[in-house]
Design a binder for this molecule. Structure first.
Ligand code: PRX
Length: 666
């Protein structure tokens, strides 16, 4: 590939994006669309001949029974259905592992880098196949069958990958829950998907911290009254603390079940629409929703986007730093890279252990060519750039990906200039748990790249901006980001609540998928994601619903009302700010701040810990009782200048009290 803008060489000190020849030539006609002709032609073709385009992509998977129909889709809320390759049959695990054995048996499939810099393991495709077969046999002997739900509450260890792929192999539906979620959050998910089995570890390790995962599972099972879990399979970690609390009726050591199993397993095949996994994510209301993904369409989309967006070349080493508890850890740590026969790195630890130089060291140690992380991590590295860049060369890097939140131009530029030494193209990938894979992204070679912009639709994707009436906006404009037509990787439903799926995504704007994000389209037609337009926060790239945090706060008996908003945070992107009103009669409420904070941690997990808790005698409400969050967001952001019209408030004086309370907190 000719990289369209990386013109070797001089360091760009004025922090302007480097220009490609095409961009320089046409800079006097800035209204001309500057994407490359090659991309535009391919994109145009993918839209005009969508079925043929996806047929061609899907043919790069191994089907046990070929499909005859590419898609069967309706975004009409009265007849919503999304089916791709529906009469085809395949096995996802076979596509990720078995089919590579002929050519890649001895190629590393997963390179595991431990929390401890002296620990790493390289697993070839052959070894990965054996481990998965053993676990698949073990799961079957425990009575797990196709369609059963298996919760994975695991650290970033190879067994987590074995678990996902062994479930896929036998048709069990996995649901990974991030290890940073509390036992209460885990209990909700166990009940919601009616899990039959849980796979966990005695401990997880993140930097110097041990996470007692097995103990959290025990607590979750107590909380999840009437649950359907038969067995808990526990991976013993070398750094574990001996025997955790144990219930002989339920708990089993992973090694006791797996070690003696056969390394052969005959894979059954499944319909393309057979659910592959459920992944919970936060919305603006209610409890997290379990997005259900398919087998054939999802894998086709994971493989296609992986190869195209990262311009993957045979033999390259790919490192995605996401945890397997998130969608990025599914699509671009496991399914995409393995479907493509790549070598994927799995890192157990955190960016700053033993020091902030670790990521660079791991890149050099394993000769990583493509690196994929979140802006929050880049900001963390940038904040102590000397340490982050010390002790590594990073010359193997060719592509640098970013995901999860808007990346500001200065952070983008540092990533490109300093971390990637101006040798690696930055791809800012916009997508969501619901979308399964990248939707808007500057594909390498698609034209000049703009720092901070996700830019261009992926092949087959039709984004649009709409106003609040759902009318499509033309040209240079801002609006709500919708997608007009389906793509194979899209989530099919919310587990157990199809109506909520329709209401959340297909009812705001009829006939369109509503992303919940706002975006701007510039004069070249490029998209700039501006962030959520609903009550969802993005904290260090993690999605959290304000409603969830508020209900956790309200379980604290001294609190009458709570309102959560986000505010700009240097490293996390958004911080969590909570306004709380104490019940009448509660004295010295401020002294309760720490216990409210720990109550929320306990309910949801450390990632939902509020950064600021402000007690207030009241909240700003309209006369009809609606909280005016716009005002709270301004106050939390220390931005008191333009609060807008406050005359519709039932009690406008509350604003001054909130401002003085905010100043006291600073
Ligand atoms: O607001 C957008 C933001 O993250 C949300 C999706 O979060 P989640 O489902 O947890 O998936 C994260 C990983 C795909 C989006 O609605 N987001 C994601 N990527 C970007 C982004 N915002 C701006 N730029 C991005 N590249």
């Amino acid at each position: 590939m000719e990289n369209s803008f990386v013109k070797g060489g001089e360091k760009n000190n004025n922090h302007q994006p480097p220009l490609s020849d095409a961009q320089s030539l046409s800079s006097s006609h800035s209204h001309e669309h500057q994407a490359s002709i090659k991309y535009l032609n391919k994109y145009q073709n993918s839209i005009e001949n969508k079925e043929a385009f996806w047929q061609e992509q899907a043919s790069q998977l191994q089907w046990s029974k070929p499909f005859t129909q590419v898609s069967d889709v309706s975004f009409d809320k009265n007849d919503l259905h999304i089916r791709w390759f529906a009469d085809g049959e395949l096995n996802v695990c076979v596509n990720c592992v078995d089919r590579h054995l002929a050519e890649r048996a001895d190629q590393p499939a997963i390179v595991w880098e431990g929390d401890n810099p002296d620990h790493s393991i390289s697993l070839t495709y052959k070894q990965l196949h054996e481990e998965i077969c053993k676990l698949a046999n073990a799961l079957e002997s425990l009575g797990v069958t196709a369609g059963d739900r298996v919760i994975l509450y695991m650290p970033m260890v190879p067994e987590a990958a074995f678990a996902m792929l062994a479930c896929a192999r036998i048709g069990a539906i996995h649901s990974a829950v991030f290890g940073g979620f509390s036992s209460a959050a885990l209990a909700d998910r166990i009940n919601n998907c009616e899990a039959k089995l849980i796979i966990t570890a005695d401990l997880g390790l993140r930097g110097t911290k041990s996470i007692p995962l097995k103990a959290s599972v025990d607590e979750a099972l107590t909380l999840a009254e009437g649950h359907s879990v038969d067995k808990v399979l526990v991976v013993k970690q070398p750094h574990g603390s001996g025997t955790p609390a144990w219930n002989d009726k339920v708990d089993l050591w992973y090694h006791d079940c797996v070690d003696n199993q056969s390394t052969e397993h005959t894979p059954p095949t499944f319909d393309a629409e057979h659910p592959l996994f459920i992944l919970y994510t936060s919305g603006s209301t209610g409890k997290p929703k379990g997005l259900q993904h398919s087998s054939g369409g999802y894998l086709c989309y994971a493989q296609t986007t992986f190869k195209e967006v990262f311009d993957y070349r045979d033999g390259e080493v790919f490192w995605c730093t996401a945890d397997i508890g998130w969608i990025t850890g599914h699509t671009y740590l496991i399914y995409g890279p393995l479907a493509a026969g790549a070598t994927t790195i799995m890192y157990e630890g955190v960016p700053n252990f033993p020091t902030l130089a670790r990521f660079g060291e791991v890149i050099d140690k394993h000769n990583v060519n493509i690196f994929y992380t979140a802006p929050t991590t880049i900001r963390m590295l940038m904040a102590d750039a000397n340490t982050a860049l010390s002790g590594s060369q990073r010359t193997s890097l060719r592509i640098l990906g970013t995901v999860g939140e808007p990346i500001s131009p200065d952070v983008w530029q540092w990533y490109y200039d300093d971390f990637g030494l101006q040798q690696a193209q930055v791809v800012d990938t916009w997508w969501q748990t619901e979308t399964g894979g990248h939707l808007i992204v500057p594909i390498p070679d698609s034209g000049p790249v703009k720092p901070g912009a996700a830019q261009r639709p992926f092949y087959g994707i039709e984004p649009q901006l709409v106003d609040s009436n759902g009318d499509i906006l033309e040209g240079e404009t801002s609006g709500h980001l919708v997608i007009l037509d389906s793509w194979p990787g899209q989530a099919r439903t919310i587990w157990g609540d199809h109506q909520r799926f329709i209401d959340t995504y297909f009812s705001t704007y009829e006939g369109m998928y509503f992303s919940g994000d706002g975006a701007r389209r510039d004069e070249d037609g490029d998209y700039w994601i501006t962030g959520r337009v609903d009550d969802v926060l993005n904290v260090s790239g993690h999605r959290l619903g304000t409603a969830e945090i508020e209900s956790a706060a309200l379980t604290y008996s001294d609190i009458a009302e709570a309102a959560v908003v986000g505010y700009p945070h240097d490293v996390k992107g958004q911080g969590i700010y909570i306004f709380v009103v104490a019940k009448t009669g509660v004295e010295s409420a401020e002294t309760l701040t720490d216990s409210v904070r720990s109550k929320i941690r306990q309910a949801l997990g450390p990632i939902a810990t509020p950064d600021h808790i402000q007690w207030s005698p009241d909240l700003p409400k309209t006369r009809s009782g609606k909280i005016m969050r716009r005002i709270l967001r301004k106050i939390a952001s220390n931005d008191f200048a333009e609060l807008g019209d406050t005359s519709t408030l039932a009690d406008p004086s509350v604003v001054d009290k909130l401002i003085s309370g905010r100043k006291d907190l600073n």
